[in-house]
Design a protein around this ligand. Sequence first.
Ligand code: PLP
Length: 375
Amino acid sequence: MNVYNHHDPELLTRLASNFDVEPNLHPVSDAERENMIDKPAFGQVFSDSMVTMRWRDGSGWSDRQVKPFGSLNISPAAAVLHYAQEIFEGLKAYKRQDGSIWLFRPDANAERFQDSAQRLSLPNLSVEDFIGSVAALVRQDAQWVPSRREYTLYLRPFMYASEAFLGVRSPKQVDYCVIASPSGPYFTGGVKPVSIWVEDRWFRTGPGGTGYAKCGGNYAASLVAGNRGTDHDCEQVCFVDAASKTYLEELGGMNMFVVHRDGHIETPCLTGTILPGVTRRSLIELLNDRGLKVCEMMIRMDDLVNDIRSGDVTEIFACGTAAIVTPIKRLKSSNFDVTVATGEAGTLTMQLREQLLGIQLGEVDDSHNWMWRVM
Ligand SMILES: *Cc1c(COP(=O)(O)O)cnc(C)c1O
């Protein structure tokens, strides 16, 4: 896809045109929509439209539609309800001062969706269909994309086995949808460093499992650990590797970076149990642009705790589409409780956050050509 000029809205117009549009004849009123965008209840309110598409064994993908947002019609015997063949993606649409609307690296989400599909025995969806479906929904519901800084339209593509069959095998019918929810800043009232519970009892995945796939089951498996974190006054939970309980992996939905006093930066390497974040990948490139060395490696949890205690670790942050870059102030577990440096948000952490947000909003030079113009 990189041969295309991402800044040419004709490209996404063409991909979106494969989807038939049935407009919502009962859209939310202008006043109500403005209110929902202004005070977003993220994940609870959705735009007027949705995308659906169906795959059948033998005939492939068909019925590409943008239609009014509404309930799905699903058999109680649908395989996904029993065996959890479900994958998803998360990306955002950004509106700039001039009214243009953009996506950040949708090709990377499309490729990861293919990797997830393969792991869960779900059918392949082309990069063109993935980006086209997202663009079609954003074009139809363009008024739902907020223009205030750090306010976006969050897009949630997902795929599930809809075949009504209780046998355990690869499905013969699969549905794909995209829905959209207006979202505001992750931190209201300024970025606040978070406390992390390091979980040593429950794991979201393990060697040979589904850790690298963005599937609902990984989240289901992470909830008990998250609840334990909440019980210990931590906002997020961090997982270590299930096999040896020795190495740092990631948070329930964000990747992690560790900044050392000598300037080098470490992040857990992608061993198959970690989700390969688009934000993670992008930050590695931005750090390399700054001439900083990023070591993708196995990070021993006990080394990390010692290096935090000695002051050798100066910043830790988490990253993902939803919260962009989030400073981490404290790591807590059943056998340690350490504060990173002064507990304040780190300088590099905040610089990276502003740089990435700036690229997404068109305020900072997009030298990697990451932004795709929808309209
Ligand atoms: C989605 C996700 C991330 C972050 O990925 P981005 O592409 O940066 O949004 C990290 N970890 C997990 C487990 C995830 O599901």
